[in-house]
Write a protein that binds this ligand. Structure first.
Ligand SMILES: *Cc1c(COP(=O)(O)O)cnc(C)c1O
Length: 710
């Protein structure tokens, strides 16, 4: 028998990681040693693994900057329409491996690092996540940058360089404990400070009426430094400009206004320049800012908002004479104590396009929160179903799967994910079914080994890996999952000799520090785990694991190992979800409600290839109407959990049944992967570009090569 391959040898066989040329390898080794010496100021005697990571990061970064500068020159010459993407969050995660992939350098770096007696994966694991986001919304912005770059758009992201990212979550005695995420402690090789570009940002002060009109005077000024964060798409670059040191969300809005007002206004008004994407209809997340706060902090802005509101309401009054209730509903100012500004209304009035993030969500937006606005300007409202970048969420995190797909259909799917449809030709191909199942099993073993080495927990790799990872929230219904676990436990205890399909239920996610109920849900899970995991009657048929500190780099490890993806929010509450898409692309089957993008996933793959259960939006609405006065918030939450309990449990039984038949299971997996093309963020961004931003993705061609100009 031949010797089993080492991890390095296995990685070398994967062609989607880039073909390593010997010249490249020699050049990378040279550059690595030069950076270790001159940038890190160390030699091999005293260098730590972190030094090696930084030496490699600088080596890879060098490949980036030449192209980046050339691209800026190219944009300067061609002057294409620019896209400015503003977000308070860019949940970037790690950058090293992604950059190597997008530059086609991964195998060359792997070989170079190996020849230096080091291990690439070990070095990659040293990088801190850039955790500048909470969850799906921030990660979406990061996927969008990757797609904008890969489509060659002249796009710029504007965000905040928080000195501390989202907190690190520790589990102590079953409870969440938050620790500061000091991600910049060792420095960030992926950024360049631009202290020469400083912008003053004004606050407070008062408005003075002068001959030239109103002036904002006596303000307090903070000066902000600009940072550039380098990244590169599969074909082309983009950059994020990140101001530093902000402590208030509001300040980014100001910074954005500053950026906009420092540009020439290209039209009579700014309105055709701005577009607004709504990401949630949950009332607690729709911001309403107290007027007294505005008045103090931004007195001139408040006046302008009053003026916008006046013109807006005049228009509505002309269309609906005497309809005072409508005027009240549509006003930017909400009466009450305190009076508030409805920020979403301001966005709708100030934008030429408004969109939701999945078809069902866009429909709900039009018929609920913005109904009155839609009555007046229906053409303003659009849908752009979310997506994920297949570079990070397939090639980077699941190279084994990417490779067997490339063997069958070539590598075009990396920039045109609809090509995955071609996999339908192989649904009955015995070899392909075997390969898909084998890759999944390898991913499960690898994740099991990770859990054992990091957390000393042993799990059964033959069991269903049943995974729910996302922020902890009542509407996402982690409680429903918990009730299922308890049901399974009771069944084993009742009939211990009966055959059970073994399961490992893994839940992960952070609770907002002030969200008591979410923290209680974590405690409930860890407590249920204490009972289930130590019961000798249960053995390895059921385990409950809480995955500590869920974040982008952990998502990359756990999602490829999943058999079952839990997407079980109350219908009508999850705007889109993007976790659902990551699991689908990585060969997990979905158990889910008809909510968010699940609806479109079922449409693409055929409802029979997902496990769909529970109330539809109409059923939830009917329930809300009936129970409106009778129940408070907590009983309302529990009501919706119990309402879907039976449907969920019987749907989980169907999961078990199919899992007993591995071949049929894997066929469904293949049908799901083949149907996941729609959920590439390349498709999403191409739609935004054409239908909202007014640019053709092909308007800006792939930038010229990377050598600096003479
Ligand atoms: C994708 C992603 C999310 C979003 O997950 P949902 O299931 O859509 O809520 C949250 N956190 C991280 C780290 C992610 O990668």
């Amino acid at each position: 028998m031949s010797k089993p391959l080492t991890d390095h040898e296995k990685r070398k066989q994967i062609s989607v990681r880039g073909i390593a040329g010997l010249g490249d390898v020699a050049e990378i080794k040279k550059s690595f040693n030069r950076h270790l010496h001159f940038t890190l100021v160390k030699d091999r005697n005293v260098a730590t693994p972190r030094d090696y990571y930084f030496a490699l990061a600088h080596t890879v970064r060098d490949h980036l900057v030449g192209r980046w500068i050339r691209t800026q020159q190219y944009y300067y010459e061609k002057d294409p329409k620019r896209i400015h993407y503003l977000s308070l969050e860019f949940y970037m995660g790690r950058t090293l491996q992604n950059t190597m992939i997008n530059l086609g350098l991964q195998n060359a770096c792997d070989e170079a690092i190996y020849q230096l007696g080091l291990d690439l994966e070990e070095l990659e694991d040293i990088e801190e996540d850039a955790g500048l986001g909470n969850g799906g919304l921030g990660r979406l912005a990061a996927c969008f940058l990757d797609s904008m770059a890969s489509l060659g758009l002249a796009a710029y992201g504007y965000g905040i360089r928080y000195e501390f990212g989202i907190f690190n979550q520790k589990i102590t005695n079953g409870w969440q404990v938050e620790e500061a995420d000091d991600w910049l402690r060792y420095g960030n090789p992926w950024e360049k400070a631009r202290p020469e570009y400083m912008l003053p940002v004004h606050f407070y002060g008062r408005v003075e009426h002068t001959n030239e009109g109103p002036k904002w005077v006596d303000t307090q000024v903070t000066v902000q430094v600009c940072f550039i964060f380098f990244l590169w798409g599969t074909n082309a670059p983009t950059r994020i400009v990140i101001p530093v040191n902000f402590d208030l969300f509001l300040k980014l809005q100001l910074y954005s206004i500053k950026i906009i007002t420092s540009m020439e206004c290209p039209h009579k008004t700014w309105k055709p320049t701005c577009a607004y994407t709504n990401h949630t209809v949950l009332p607690e997340a729709l911001e309403r800012w107290p007027i007294y706060m505005f008045e103090k902090l931004l007195p001139r802005h408040l006046q302008i908002i009053y003026e916008i509101n006046q013109r807006h309401l005049d228009r509505v009054a002309a269309l609906y004479p005497g309809d005072n209730d409508r005027l009240r509903r549509m006003s930017l100012i909400e009466e009450g104590n305190p009076k508030r500004i409805n920020m979403a209304h301001l966005c709708v009035v100030g934008s030429h396009a408004v969109n939701g993030v999945a078809r069902i969500h866009s429909d709900i937006v039009k018929t609920t929160v913005f109904k009155d606005f839609c009555d007046i300007e229906p053409e303003k409202f659009q849908n752009k179903t979310n997506g994920i970048t297949p570079r990070r969420w397939l090639v980077l995190c699941n190279p084994g799967l990417a490779d067997i797909i490339a063997e069958k259909i070539g590598e075009e799917f990396l920039t045109d994910l609809f090509q995955l449809r071609k996999l339908l030709d192989f649904v009955d191909d015995e070899m392909f079914i075997r390969d898909v199942a084998k890759v999944k099993q390898e991913n499960k073993l690898k994740f099991a080994a990770y859990l054992e080495s990091e957390y000393k927990v042993k799990i059964n790799p033959e069991s269903i890996f049943d995974i729910q990872v996302k922020r902890i929230h009542e509407y996402k219904r982690q409680l429903l999952n918990c009730l299922h676990v308890i049901t399974l436990y009771n069944r084993i205890k009742k009939e211990p000799n009966k055959k059970f399909v073994p399961r490992t239920v893994m839940i992960g996610g952070k609770a907002a520090p002030g969200y008591h109920m979410a923290k209680m849900i974590i405690k409930l899970f860890t407590s249920v785990g204490e009972v289930v995991n130590h019961d000798p009657v249960v053995g390895d048929r059921l385990k409950v694991i809480f995955l500590e500190n869920y974040r982008v780099s952990l998502a990359e490890k756990v999602i490829p190992a999943a058999d079952l993806s839990e997407q079980i929010s109350t219908a009508g509450t999850e705007a889109s979800g993007t976790g659902n898409m990551k699991f689908m692309l990585n060969g997990a089957l979905t158990i889910g409600t008809m909510d968010g993008a699940n609806v479109e996933m079922a449409e693409e793959a055929g409802e029979e290839n997902l496990f769909i259960f529970g109330m539809r939006v109409e059923d939830v609405e009917a329930m809300d109407k009936k129970g409106k006065v009778a129940i408070n918030h907590i009983t309302g939450t529990l009501f919706k959990v119990f309402a879907d309990y039976e449907a969920y449990i019987s749907c989980q039984e169907k999961v078990n049944e199919l899992y007993r038949n591995p071949k049929e299971w894997t066929k469904k997996v293949i049908r799901n992967i083949a149907a996941s093309g729609k959920f590439s963020s390349d498709r999403t961004i191409a739609e935004y570009a054409r239908e909202i931003w007014g640019v053709e993705p092909s308007d800006v061609k792939i930038p010229p090569p990377n050598e600096p100009r003479e």
